[in-house]
Design a protein around this ligand. Structure first.
Ligand SMILES: Nc1nc2c(c(=O)[nH]1)N[C@H]1C(S)=C(S)[C@@H](COP(=O)(O)O)O[C@H]1N2
Ligand SMILES: [Mo]
Length: 388
């Protein structure tokens, strides 16, 4: 990713100056990002999605215009199911831990709930949240509660030859491999080192309620910092292997295909979708009387700043909403637009992380050389009309 030309110090000085400027204009706007005030009118984007993804696969997709809280309420949270959506009776459900372990283990839900409880606020984004036209907001932020995965793996005792941890869901479907049709459970694996990260939780609670059925009831993996696909729902079995899982969801689908050579002599790389990437999106334009503002969100890395461009203007520093922040959560931002002119306008945003990396432009090779739509963290531009 490109490094910002500004040093971190210059950058902070610049943002301080811009913040002071904004503060003069309207000091309360930052805290208000996405929270509607009296008189606020949301201007719908002109570039609405032209098709909807099949509802059996993507349910409850939100639009940015409707977003009104930093924590996404459970009944507004999107849900993805690549096979069926199993309805599990918790009384008969068990979690098994097996494979290359000293001591295979089985847990009931009550036994898992009796283990040490940890919470994390984590913004879950599907790596297929690729901008328009079909999907632009399969993302949500929730407070998840569960117990650390590492403790259970330690209790089972991973054998020395253990390399990968495989997470297997209760949902299953048919896959065809070389003319053989098999029924396979949804599953993904991650390296033992990644799996042992103390932030990974086996989660039974979402925003203070039992995990909703579409989001993985009774238990799911939450791997903060990883794209949605790693966060296996309806979890039934965890296995330690000495090889990587090579099923559809690791090796054929959710694979990013990129040309790292030239057009004449392509060098294709294929990589399995993994960690979140630095990203932001303009969320909506809000009018209040003669005042306009742009609200948005940034996520995927520790966010230092967000800049917004209107039409072909300069990048302007947005004000970050520092009243609602957490390590793995999105940051809301807002930019006053005092001189909005009647007519159609293009609104773009770019996030900058604390290492100075800038969210890539659409023509950045990272984005331009990618031929699959997964992991599309390029800058987004949206269209709005300012009426008379
Ligand atoms: N068992 C299982 N887990 C799964 C999936 C699935 O189809 N089955 N979909 C994955 C994908 S692609 C995403 S983006 C997230 C979405 O989580 P949510 O449905 O709670 O929003 O779940 C992941 N976990
Ligand atoms: Mo996804």
């Amino acid at each position: 990713m490109n490094k910002s030309v500004l040093s971190r110090r210059a950058f902070l000085a610049q943002s301080g100056a811009a913040l002071a400027g904004l503060a003069l204009f309207n000091s309360s706007w930052a805290a208000r990002a996405f929270a509607l005030q009296d008189g606020d009118v949301i201007l719908p984007w002109l570039d609405q999605r032209i098709g909807d993804p099949p509802p059996e696969r993507v349910a409850n997709q939100q639009t940015w215009e409707k977003l009104n809280s930093w924590i996404t309420p459970n009944d507004q949270f999107f849900s993805i199911a690549h096979y069926n959506r199993p309805e599990i009776d918790a009384a008969n459900w068990r979690l098994e831990i097996g494979g290359l372990v000293n001591q295979p283990l089985t847990f009931t839900l009550d036994e898992i709930k009796a283990l040490p409880r940890r919470e994390v606020i984590f913004t879950l984004e599907c790596s297929g949240n690729n901008g328009r036209p079909v999907v632009d907001s399969i993302i949500g932020n929730a407070q998840w509660a569960g117990t650390p995965l590492a403790t259970l793996l330690e209790q089972a005792g991973v054998l020395e030859e253990g390399r990968e941890v495989v997470f297997i869901g209760a949902d299953a479907g048919e896959e065809m491999i070389r003319e053989q049709t098999i029924v396979q459970h949804f599953a993904r694996s991650m390296s033992l080192e990644d799996a042992m990260n103390p932030d990974n939780l086996l989660v039974y609670e979402m925003n203070g309620e039992a995990l909703p059925q579409p989001n993985g009831y009774p238990l799911r993996l939450i791997a903060p910092g990883w794209f949605g696909i790693a966060n296996i729902k309806w979890l039934e079995r965890i296995e330690v292997w000495d090889t990587r899982l090579m099923n559809r969801w690791m090796a054929r689908d959710y694979v990013t295909l990129r040309n790292e050579g030239t057009e004449e002599e392509p060098i294709w790389t294929e990589s399995s979708v993994s960690r979140n990437l630095l990203k932001s999106a303009p969320g909506r334009v809000v009018q209040n009387g003669d005042n306009f503002r742009i609200d948005g969100a940034a996520w995927g890395a520790p966010i230092a700043a967000v800049e917004v461009k209107i039409d072909d203007g300069e990048w302007q520093l947005a004000q970050l909403d520092t009243t609602q922040q957490a390590e793995y959560a999105w940051v809301f931002w807002s930019l006053g637009w005092p001189d909005a002119q009647v007519g159609e306008h293009r609104i773009s945003s770019r996030a900058i992380d604390t290492d100075g990396n800038i969210q890539p432009a659409p023509d950045d090779p990272l984005i331009a050389n990618k031929v699959t739509y997964w992991e599309s963290n390029g800058q987004l531009t949206r269209l709005v009309n300012i009426g008379m």
